[in-house]
Design a protein around this ligand. Structure first.
Ligand code: NAP
Length: 246
């Protein structure tokens, strides 16, 4: 389905990103496994992909840093000669109620979750405009659509991703580039493992399908949007949330 497509996935050392890397590699893509701090985990993702006959490399870059992102795309171009798909998945949380939220908690989440998407989209666009083809898939969140107490920073960044997705879909569409977002609901990863059982039960009560999502649910949605089957879809937010955000 994605044979020989060159795919950059940010934050692919763990969770949704690592599963997406494995699934897209399974569909034939050559995957750049970006990470920021979890070197061993990122290398283990690459080892698993290559052990299954796939192609993948690790690449360390902090998506919040424009220069590091520019160098990453330049290096990928040197090694692979093109970028067919960008999956902006890297993200962090620094939850707090607004009255207690520090400037650092606010700006670090905006810089990584929204600034990171901006930096990567800018570099990918440069390449994809020349290619006259490309797919950008941004990982937003259900809480960017419906809000969540204690996550003003995170919700603002994830809602910002939706706006950026639609703006870029309009800006880049005439050159054969699609830009879409996936908005996951409550997915079992390290990001959500830290939440208390009480919070998890509260979230579950709002999910019509009455279960948490798994990383594969998101990875397969990304694979679809990256595939030829999604060629006429752009500017959309695909909610993969068990019905939570409808
Ligand atoms: P996770 O398990 O915490 O993994 C986050 C990934 O992002 C890691 O690979 C991490 O890499 C990377 N990352 C963090 N800061 C980075 C930076 N500055 N530069 C590059 N990479 C960075 O999170 P997850 O649950 O898989 O979430 C993945 C995405 O889905 C995030 O955007 C998240 O907001 C979104 N999402 C998740 C859920 C959920 O329920 N889990 C729901 C909605 C949306 P290192 O460890 O190497 O730094």
């Amino acid at each position: 389905m994605l044979k020989d497509k060159v795919v950059i996935i940010t934050g692919a050392s763990r969770g949704i990103g690592s599963e997406t890397a494995k699934i897209l590699a399974g569909y034939g893509a050559k995957v750049i496994v970006n990470y920021c701090g979890s070197k061993e985990k990122a290398e283990s993702v690459v080892t698993q992909i290559t052990a299954n006959g796939g192609t993948a490399v690790v690449y360390k870059a902090n998506v919040a840093n424009a220069e590091e992102v520019e160098v990453m795309f330049a290096d990928v171009m040197k090694e692979f000669g093109r970028v067919d798909v960008l999956v902006n998945n890297a993200g962090i949380t620094r939850d707090n109620l607004i009255l207690k939220m520090s400037e650092e908690e606010f700006t670090s989440v905006i810089d990584t979750n929204l600034g990171g998407v901006f930096h990567c989209c800018k570099q990918a666009s440069k390449i994809m405009l020349k290619q006259k083809s490309g797919r950008i898939i941004n990982i937003s969140s259900v809480v960017g659509l419906i809000g969540n107490a204690g996550q003003a920073n995170y919700c603002a960044a994830k809602a910002g991703i939706v706006g950026m997705t639609k703006a870029l879909a309009r800006e880049l569409g005439s050159r054969g580039i699609t830009v879409n977002a996936v908005a996951p609901g409550f997915i079992q990863t390290e990001m959500t493992d830290v939440l208390s059982d009480k919070v998890k039960e509260m979230v579950l009560s709002q999910v019509p399908l009455k279960k948490l999502g798994v990383t594969k649910d998101i990875a397969e949605a990304v694979a679809f949007l990256a595939s030829e089957n999604a060629a006429y879809i752009t500017g959309q937010v695909l909610q993969v949330d068990g019905g939570m955000g409808m």
